[in-house]
Design a protein around this ligand. Structure first.
Ligand code: LRH
Ligand code: MN
Ligand code: MN
Length: 431
């Protein structure tokens, strides 16, 4: 790594200012955890292995179909997006990879993109294909579907795009392709449920066949939008059936926003993990449906319960457990860098709280059917203030005790506003 996105001396200065208080808090948490038989150093070591990918499409102000409100200094191209991702990683120490989305991130010179990222110490997470929109000059339209389209030539075009994504991803060092399609129907009778799924599997078989040996294929489900009557890959049931049909490299990706409001997502996570089909996550939070709000910003207890399942699944899997953690958020009214820092903190916090659950005691309470004590066991971990452990992990990775304050202190966005062109507010949409 030769480049820094943010001036390190300002981060160091901020850390120095907060150091004495941080050390006192860390020591107090260490004492507290030791009392219940947990070594804080062990927790910090585990946290330091956690890595979460950043969505390239989340680096600019998002929008709804109604409007987009761009902010001064937001990135105008893929290289600037990578630079902003590097800024997030520099202070959080948690986000060393960027997940690209094609053709949105299509660059003429892939090697330049790769080298630019590497210079900042950044790598690449799963690449995403996009057959849910038409691009200028595209031969066949996806209006009535892509991988499941009734027309074979349109399906072939969508397959071809996915193959290109694999090829580009391979050159970047990515190891997975995430496929989310908007295919489905808006009216009863528009198409047959069985026929569209059959065509999906047929298309996905061709994509699966093109995967390099060490790649995975993530199937991302979502219950609705843009198909408002029925979506082809609508839930984890259809997703796991497809993953099982396709083979071992195919796994399910859980985007937290892609479920009906009352659905028990942690239960889905446990089921997928138990059958070796938990491929990864798109972390975010939502109140209604696919709101793409900051992870943990509305429902931190749910995020904790998800990590509680992940920690348990990891102990059961004995080394065979490797979900890809990524974020998928849309930042409509906040600075994307700050929202990603907000989410990084929430994700790391949920993980640490799951790590400090007294699993031995929990098992005993479960065996004794002591419902309240079992629940109490989870609550005690969840209600622990683990911020000093997060700060220590960040510090040891060269990051900031308080990433949000450090980032603000650098004045990064204002600096970028002087040199980056203002982007157009025209049009809604997610990009
Ligand atoms: C679909 C989705 C999927 C897309 C992204 C832009 O709602 O979550 O992951 O690729 O949004
Ligand atoms: Mn997603
Ligand atoms: Mn989504």
């Amino acid at each position: 790594k030769t480049q820094s996105a943010l001036p390190q001396d300002i981060i160091d200065r901020e850390n120095a200012r907060l150091m004495a208080a941080h050390m006192a808090d860390y020591e107090a948490l260490g004492v507290r955890l030791a009392r219940v038989g947990i070594d804080i150093e062990h927790v910090v070591d585990r946290l330091m292995t956690l890595e979460v990918g950043i969505p390239s499409w989340g680096m600019v102000s998002g929008g709804t179909r109604f409007a987009r409100f761009p902010m001064p200094g937001e990135p105008t191209n893929i290289l600037e997006k990578i630079e902003d991702c590097a800024a997030v990683h520099q202070v959080s120490g948690l986000t060393p990879r960027i997940s690209l989305h094609f053709p949105w991130d299509k660059a003429t010179d892939i090697n330049e993109v790769r080298d630019f990222a590497h210079a900042y110490g950044m790598g690449f997470d799963a690449v995403n294909s996009n057959t849910f929109q038409d691009q200028p000059g595209q031969r066949l339209s996806y209006k009535y579907g892509s991988l499941t389209h009734s027309d074979a030539a349109t399906r072939a075009q969508a397959i071809e795009h996915n193959l290109e994504c694999i090829e580009i991803g391979d050159r970047l060092g990515a190891k997975a392709l995430t496929v989310w399609i908007g295919d489905g129907s808006n009216f009863a009778g528009q198409n047959e449920f069985a026929d569209t799924l059959e065509r999906y599997l047929e298309s996905m078989k061709s994509i699966y066949a093109a995967l390099p040996h060490d790649w995975r294929l993530f199937i991302e489900h979502k219950l609705y939008e843009p198909a408002f009557y029925a979506t082809v890959i609508q839930d984890w049931g259809t997703s796991i059936l497809c993953a099982q049909t396709l083979g071992p490299k195919a796994q399910c990706l859980v985007d937290l926003g892609h479920h009906a409001p009352t659905v028990n997502i942690e239960l889905i996570v446990a089921r997928l993990a138990q059958f070796g089909k938990l491929g990864g996550f798109h972390f975010n939070d939502s109140k209604y449906g696919d709101d793409d709000l900051d992870a943990g910003s509305l429902n931190p207890f749910q995020l904790f319960l998800i990590f509680n399942e992940l920690v348990y699944a990891e102990t059961r899997a004995k080394g065979q457990f490797n979900p890809a953690y990524m974020m998928d958020q849309s930042h409509n009214v906040t600075d994307p860098i700050e929202s990603l820092l907000n989410s990084a903190r929430a994700i790391a916090g949920a993980y640490v709280k799951a790590l400090i659950v007294d699993r031995k005691a929990l098992k005993e309470h479960q065996a004794n059917n002591d419902v309240m004590m079992a629940h109490h066991c989870l609550r005690m971990a969840y209600e622990t203030d683990v911020r000093p452990a997060l700060a220590m992990a960040r510090l040891r990775k060269g990051g900031a005790i308080d990433p949000m304050l450090a980032f603000r202190a650098t004045g990064y966005r204002a600096e970028k506003a002087k040199v980056r062109k203002a982007r157009s507010a025209q049009g809604g949409g997610i990009i």
